[in-house]
Design a protein around this ligand. Structure first.
Ligand code: ZN
Ligand code: ZN
Length: 210
């Protein structure tokens, strides 16, 4: 699996391009505003076909460029968990008006816990990890030990749970669940640098018991 990252938007959010280079199939994970054009150029250079935009959740800083992808790849499917689709139907911040418009759209389909998304030989398992947002998902490539964690887990931090539809109790359960994955798993978060489960188990103040 090939992985490229680009970061942008007001919240410095990460977008990922993941591909099976041998089969020429690719997907984009999250679409922060003004981040996708360079990733689409990388895909074009490799002659990859982008078949999915996978949204870890519906917050405005993760969805701003969805139309950039579907304008370039009209056949690509935009997938999100059903519980976060309302944020895609009515994009925006819960706290302040955005200075730009994110086009509203329906999902082309839903990400559900236990589902597997396939691009060529690359398989991403959908883990429903609510807490930060009710329809938050993480995408796990078991074969290569890679977890696209969205706003669940960051280097030395975790996603905020003080939003109107957050749930600290769900967040604890979601974190417990992903901590069961192999400790060498590389965590690629929605904000900040990659880390590993082992490192976070040791260093993350939000994961240390008590
Ligand atoms: Zn978020
Ligand atoms: Zn975010």
């Amino acid at each position: 699996m090939k992985i490229f990252m680009n970061t942008g938007g007001l919240a410095a959010t990460n977008a990922y391009l993941v591909a099976d280079d041998t089969m020429g199939q690719a997907a984009v994970i999250d679409a922060p505003r003004k981040t996708l054009a360079p990733l689409l150029r990388i895909a074009a250079k490799h002659h990859w076909t982008i078949t999915y935009l996978l949204l870890t959740h519906g917050h405005w800083d993760h969805i701003g460029d969805h139309k950039v992808l579907t304008d370039a790849w009209p056949q690509a499917k935009v997938l999100i968990h059903r519980l976060d689709e309302p944020k895609l139907l009515k994009p925006g911040s819960m706290f302040y008006p955005l200075k730009y418009v994110i086009p509203a759209r329906r999902a082309d389909g839903y990400l559900e816990d236990g589902q597997t998304i396939t691009m060529g030989k690359v398989q991403l398992e959908v883990l429903h990890t609510p807490g930060h947002s009710p329809g938050h998902v993480a995408l796990y490539c078991r074969a290569e030990g890679e977890l696209f964690a969205g706003d669940l887990l960051f280097t030395q931090s975790i996603g905020r749970t003080d939003l109107p539809d957050s749930s600290p109790a769900d967040m604890r359960r979601s974190l417990q669940r992903i901590l069961q994955l192999p400790q060498a798993t590389v965590v690629r978060p929605g904000h900040g640098a990659p880390t590993t489960l082992r490192t976070e188990r040791r260093d993350n103040p939000f994961l240390t018991p008590g």
